[in-house]
Design a protein around this ligand. Structure first.
Ligand code: GLP
Length: 240
């Protein structure tokens, strides 16, 4: 594991964006695994800035996002599709057909999960996966459970996740109860992983993820087994 210490959120964003940018420069047709949430916003902002300055070319890049809420379509501002369009896709020269997220509106969710697994396989797997971590240790929406779920699957969100994500919705009641998430297998098969964390809120869980026992009760702890894990965290997140 490589640990990169950042001063604060801005510094974390820049340092994490550096890894993604290097990946795309070294391999122009990279497959990037992308994450949503507050942690990633600054990273995308930095990438857009470098794209505008002519430093990165996304024309051959493909992306696969970790997850999507069930029942929200791409025009809904709270959907992860909207988030990605808003923070990244519409500002760079990536091709629309190369930007993939699970479809939370799919009629048959089980089939949608299988489609997503096949898609990742067809793309040849993920070159670099960006990850944030939930306060309960989730990665993507792989919630704490009795076993690591390997494949893309549909989850019922934990109450703690609904609480944590309520800040993005008008009220807690509006937070969808279900989501589709990439499984642990595709994440762990990514050739490199960049795990990011910022702020005091993440200090306790980051310690358990990186130093605690590897257990499905803390899904992110599985990352300890990854041969190329890069952790980019700021001073507050590393506080414990
Ligand atoms: C969300 C997303 C995750 C994200 C995590 C942390 O629920 N499903 O992919 O990494 O929780 O979010 P934040 O960065 O806003 O703390």
């Amino acid at each position: 594991m490589k640990l990169v210490r950042a001063k604060d959120y801005k510094d974390m964003s820049r340092k994490a964006a550096n890894f993604l940018s290097a990946q795309v420069i070294l391999k122009e047709n990279s497959v990037l695994g992308l994450a949503t949430g507050g942690t990633s916003e600054g990273i995308y902002e930095q990438l857009v800035d470098w794209y505008r300055k002519g430093d990165i070319d996304f024309s051959m890049v493909s992306t696969v996002n970790l997850d999507e809420y069930v029942g929200l379509d791409g025009s809904n501002e709270r959907s992860y599709r909207y988030y990605m369009e808003h923070h990244l896709f519409r500002h760079i020269n990536i091709k629309e057909r190369n930007c993939h997220l699970p479809d939370g509106m799919a009629g048959n969710l089980e089939e949608e999960c299988r489609r997503y697994d096949r898609l990742i396989e067809r793309l040849g797997g993920i070159d670099m996966q960006l990850l944030g971590v939930g306060e309960n240790g989730h990665i993507g929406f792989n919630e704490p459970d009795e076993a690591f779920e390997q494949m893309t699957h549909c989850v019922w969100l934990k109450e703690s996740t609904i609480d944590a994500n309520a800040r993005y919705f008008a009220s807690r009641e509006e937070v969808p109860r279900r989501a589709i998430t990439m499984g642990i297998k595709a994440i762990m098969q990514a050739r490199a992983i960049v795990l990011c964390a910022s702020g005091k809120r993440k200090a306790g869980i980051l310690k358990r993820v990186l130093c605690g026992p590897v257990t499905p009760e803390v899904p992110g702890s599985v990352l300890q087994m990854h041969p190329r894990l890069i952790v980019v965290a700021d001073a507050e997140a590393l506080g414990e």
